[in-house]
Ligand binder design. Structure first.
Ligand SMILES: [Zn+2]
Length: 323
């Protein structure tokens, strides 16, 4: 089996058109263009449905309902990029966008965009990612990640002054200090651990249901290379020493801001000693053993949306049973 890393959910490529972000009026120009489409985010959810896909609203349908990009600090516009020749914006609606009682639309400020929320299906990124096309999933992932970042970074982390949004939604600037703040992405390593007999190690997290097993994973620490992070995490969680570490693929995991970096790690020994804090059990599987355990339901593998599943199936050499 050739693992289709490019088809990994959430890892699709879009033209981010980064060169346009700094152009004056880039957001307003995009909104004025009838060809532009808009991805809507509300309370961390996306307009869309796993069966019918991500909704890309025509700019004309949003233009009158939502305040202009420079008008309303409670709203966030982001220039996501260009898809199929059309610019794509994200509009992050305020949490209370649907709070206006029916009948007050057109009177109150929030009433202007209440109907952008009502009457639409809203889905989590997790639910959408498994089924929508790769480019839609990439748009959705960027939208949700930036919405979460804007929501949690209204002020400068250095001086506490409110920041303003620049670069078409991709930067927040502290005017008091003249400092730019960029969206944060937290690198995490995730790895299949394989021994000399080509067995795979799967771990059980203390917080999981008894039948759930997956690869080991953990965050990269400041001052650490990703290879060192793989070796440290494996040693901390299951007490194994790792030799060769080979990079496989990556996947954005904006829940809320991770980037999963996938590796295969060669174990130098096989005696597992779980830390009991994060991992309370870990087992070696041969391919027939894992296939049988997945078929019987004794082992529930990570979901098909995840790079963890892709890493396990790359080792296995084929798809494995289970959702
Ligand atoms: Zn500041």
């Amino acid at each position: 089996m050739t693992t289709a890393w490019d088809a990994l959910p959430l890892a699709g490529a879009i033209d981010r058109a980064a060169e346009r972000r700094g152009e004056p009026g880039a957001l307003a120009d995009a909104l004025a263009d009838d060809a532009t489409r808009v991805v809507l985010v509300h309370r961390g959810r996306l307009a869309g449905d796993p069966t019918t896909g991500l909704v890309r609203v025509p700019a004309a349908d949003v233009r009158d309902a939502a305040p202009a990009p420079d008008e309303q600090p409670a709203l966030r516009w982001v220039l996501l990029g260009v898809l199929d020749g059309s610019q794509v914006l994200a509009l992050v609606l305020p949490d209370d966008a649907d709070a206006t009682p029916p009948g007050l639309e057109g009177i109150s400020e929030s009433g202007r965009w209440a109907d952008l929320v009502r009457g639409r299906p809203w889905s989590s990124l997790r639910d959408l990612a498994a089924t929508v096309p790769a480019d839609d999933a990439a748009l959705a992932a960027a939208s949700v990640a930036l919405a979460a970042w804007h929501a949690s970074h209204p002020r400068c982390g250095r001086c506490g002054e409110p920041t303003v949004v620049t670069q078409s939604g991709w930067v927040r600037r502290c005017l008091a200090e003249g400092v730019d703040h960029f969206p944060r992405t937290d690198p995490a390593v995730i790895m299949t651990v394989v021994d000399d007999d080509d067995r795979l190690l799967l771990g059980h997290n203390t917080a999981w249901a008894p039948d759930r097993w997956s690869t080991l994973a953990g965050y990269v620490e400041p001052g650490e290379s990703v290879e060192q992070a793989v070796r440290r995490e494996v040693h901390e969680e299951v007490g194994l020493t790792v030799g060769e570490v080979v990079y496989r693929a990556s996947q954005p995991w904006p829940f809320p801001a991770s980037l999963m970096l996938g590796f295969r790690a060669a174990a130098r020994d096989t005696v597992v000693r779980c830390d009991g804090v994060e991992v309370d059990d870990a087992r070696w599987f041969t391919r027939p053993e894992l296939l049988a355990a997945a078929r019987s339901g004794q082992v529930r593998l990570p979901g098909r949306t995840s790079i963890a599943r892709a890493l396990v199936e790359e080792w296995f050499g084929d798809e494995l049973p289970g959702a």
